[in-house]
Design a protein around this ligand. Structure first.
Ligand SMILES: Cc1cc2nc3c(=O)[nH]c(=O)nc-3n(C[C@H](O)[C@H](O)[C@H](O)COP(=O)(O)OP(=O)(O)OC[C@H]3O[C@@H](n4cnc5c(N)ncnc54)[C@H](O)[C@@H]3O)c2cc1C
Length: 618
């Protein structure tokens, strides 16, 4: 069994069937002997596990490579996220050397525990811009426009009203969903003609400066996909098995790719379809398999999902055959990973005392005693600016508009008294491009499923991205020199010393004076040396109408393979202009409805047969 307090299981012998190692290359004949479930969910998938097991007749197995979130204090304390990145709850990836960013190998964490990244992230709760979803729909993701997605934002959210935010329109927020959203503690606001908004999550859009909304519950705990959807009541359902420490190595298929992919149960003799998975565990050298009577639901995230598809022979022929993997089905190379995001150093009062033993212990004691409202339950990034680079308030340099519409931001500036960069450095503000044009790839390092894949976001490949980030950095520097922030910072008139930690924060961003001033060229040079990412990668197996340009259709079914859907940030047709976690959860809520709707005709068929049989018996 898993941990003593948990309803999860960790011994594969308890939920799967052992398979002989030398047979894992071709398990098609043995799949019928594997332990069976209606749905097998790989990775994240907490929303699906919870929603699908609402039907007691439906059996679900969730396979997570990492451990349970239960009992993990750092996953529970919201501000523990900076520390949890240094534990085994993080896959701890790095990108390959980024050729447009001085060869940097950029830290690329991903959650490795129940709830995935939602259990380790910076818990900013953001719906992004409504236009983003309308652009998805235009790109072939039929049914995923904002008016449809809003239903699922409302279904998944539990908004906690706050007396300081009386203007928030409660009708635009969910009141009973599994994920809590709440406003943080007071922060100051810049005065550069940027509109202030009480609520960054409305159908009217997200532009302006706002107090960050956090996924934190009324007791001050992190609210994640795991805490919200895999609560004790859900975990005790007899039709749900949640396995931890289960590393899925391969998707098993049946049928032939000569025929159309089939997703109906009766189509067993028909086209190519997902039939089961092979899995391993760090606790045993044995391999195991499980079979799915209905569907395999792939929720392994922007890195794990394309890696598993490639390991299973699904993807670009060249990439698969290079590693000696038999090709099962060919998809074109349309995988992309990577938001391009950089930081600006401005020098500021920080919460770094929280990182010191005494300060941390006192803060932890306060959190344990009071929870909500204490520093460890507060948002690390308190204030957020969502802006467009063509706003009058931004520096004048011209850049290409890559956004989804006039209400969608391409610049985000987070003002944080503490921020974690590349594993441990603290900075006061983080500026970034929300809508990069550079895209990259996730490919295999080897055919060994436990080897980390090669992640190449190709940051900065498009010069326009660098120009937008330079603009954002200059704006962040201006905000720092504007009251009320300016008087809290120790800013020299100007500095040209690029060797200090606080450059270009110490430089004067004002381009209207002849001298001294920082040039765009200087800013871009600094960005290339210091670029980071807030880890919002999406679209590595994107949704679209055509198999030539996408991996899944508008119902998230993998093109050409029956009974296989992908439900994670990989399927976003394009980047969203903000933080993707709330969007992933809403996508999963909608996917659950699509899966249930596909199941209904079969249930009616089964019940019809039962009724006919009992009629005959009578
Ligand atoms: C440090 C950090 C901070 C972030 N901050 C924010 C934020 O503040 N707000 C926000 O909106 N977004 C934030 N994000 C991004 C956001 O959390 C993710 O985009 C989102 O959660 C992705 O969800 P996902 O379901 O696509 O994949 P993931 O959350 O990555 O889930 C994938 C799961 O699959 C499991 N898995 C992978 N491969 C296998 C396998 N072979 N077998 C079994 N299991 C497997 C993984 O262990 C993981 O649990 C942050 C991300 C990071 C890393």
């Amino acid at each position: 069994m898993g941990s003593w307090w948990s309803k999860t299981v960790s011994d594969p012998a308890q939920y799967a069937t052992p398979v002989s190692l030398n047979k894992t290359s071709d398990l098609r004949p043995t799949i019928d002997r594997c332990r069976r479930y209606d749905y097998v969910i790989v990775g994240g998938g907490c929303v699906l596990a919870s929603r699908l097991t609402e039907d007691p007749m439906c059996t679900v197995l969730l396979l997570e490579a990492g451990e349970s979130h239960e009992g993990n204090l750092l996953a529970q304390v919201p501000l523990g996220w900076g520390q949890i990145l240094n534990t085994k709850a993080n896959w701890n990836h790095h990108t390959i050397a980024q050729q447009h960013l001085n060869g940097q190998e950029i830290f690329f964490p991903r959650g490795r525990l129940l709830g995935g990244c939602s259990s380790i992230n910076a818990y900013v709760y953001h719906r992004c811009a409504p236009e983003d979803f309308d652009a998805w729909e235009k790109a072939g993701a039929r049914g995923w426009g904002y008016s449809e997605m809003e239903k699922y934002f409302l279904k998944s959210e539990h908004y906690l009203p706050h007396a300081e935010f009386p203007e928030v329109d409660r009708s635009q927020h969910g009141e009973a969903g599994p994920i809590w959203s709440s406003h943080g503690v007071v922060a100051s606001c810049g005065k550069l003609g940027i509109p202030y908004t009480q609520d960054m999550n409305t159908r009217e859009g997200t532009l302006g400066v706002a107090r960050v909304v956090s996924a934190v519950d009324p007791k001050g705990n992190r609210s994640s996909a795991a805490t919200g959807y895999l609560n004790p009541a859900v975990l005790s359902r007899p039709n749900l098995t949640v396995a931890v420490g289960a590393i899925v190595e391969k998707i098993l298929t049946a049928g032939s790719s000569d025929k159309e992919g089939s997703d109906d149960k009766e189509g067993i003799e028909g086209g190519l379809r997902a039939a089961g998975v092979v899995l391993g565990s760090k606790t045993t050298a044995d391999k195991y398999c499980v079979a799915a009577d209905r569907e395999i639901l792939l929720c392994a995230g922007v890195v794990g999902t394309p890696q598993l598809l490639l390991l299973s022979g699904v993807g670009p022929r060249e990439e698969i055959e290079k590693h000696g993997i038999p090709l099962v089905h060919e998809l074109p190379a349309h995988m992309a990973a990577g938001a391009l995001n950089f930081r600006a150093k401005t020098g500021a009062p920080t919460w770094d005392y929280l990182m010191r033993p005494l300060g941390g212990a006192v803060a932890l004691a306060k959190w344990l005693y009071t929870g909500f409202g204490t520093p460890l339950a507060a948002q690390g990034a308190q204030l957020v600016f969502f802006l467009r680079s063509d706003d009058a308030s931004t520096p004048p340099e011209a850049v290409k508009d890559m956004t989804t519409g006039s209400g969608a931001p391409d610049i985000e500036i987070l003002v944080a008294p503490l921020f974690i960069l590349n594993n441990g450095v603290m900075i006061p503000s983080n500026t970034g491009i929300t809508f990069p044009s550079s895209t990259g790839t996730v490919t295999l390092r080897s055919a060994h499923p436990w080897d980390a894949p090669l992640i190449d976001p190709n940051y900065g490949a498009d010069e326009n991205d660098l120009a937008v980030v330079a603009k954002a950095a200059r704006l962040a520097m201006r905000i720092a020199r504007t009251e009320p922030l300016a008087s809290q910072l120790d800013l020299p008139a100007d500095s040209k010393d690029e060797t200090t930690y606080f450059w270009p924060g110490d430089a004067n961003p004002d381009t209207s004076r002849p001298n001294p001033q920082i040039s765009d060229h200087d800013l871009k040079r600094w960005i290339k040396r210091n670029a980071a990412t807030p880890w919002h990668s999406t679209s590595s197996a994107r949704m679209g109408a055509s198999p030539a340009t996408s991996a899944v259709d508008h119902e998230l079914k993998v093109h050409g393979i029956g009974r296989l859907r992908i439900v994670d940030a990989s399927v976003f047709p394009m980047q969203v202009s903000g933080h993707p976690c709330a969007v992933v959860i809403a996508v999963a809520e909608r996917a659950a409805d699509l899966i249930k709707a596909a199941r209904e005709p079969q249930i009616r068929h089964r019940e019809g047969r039962k009724w006919a049989q009992s009629g005959t018996e009578r």
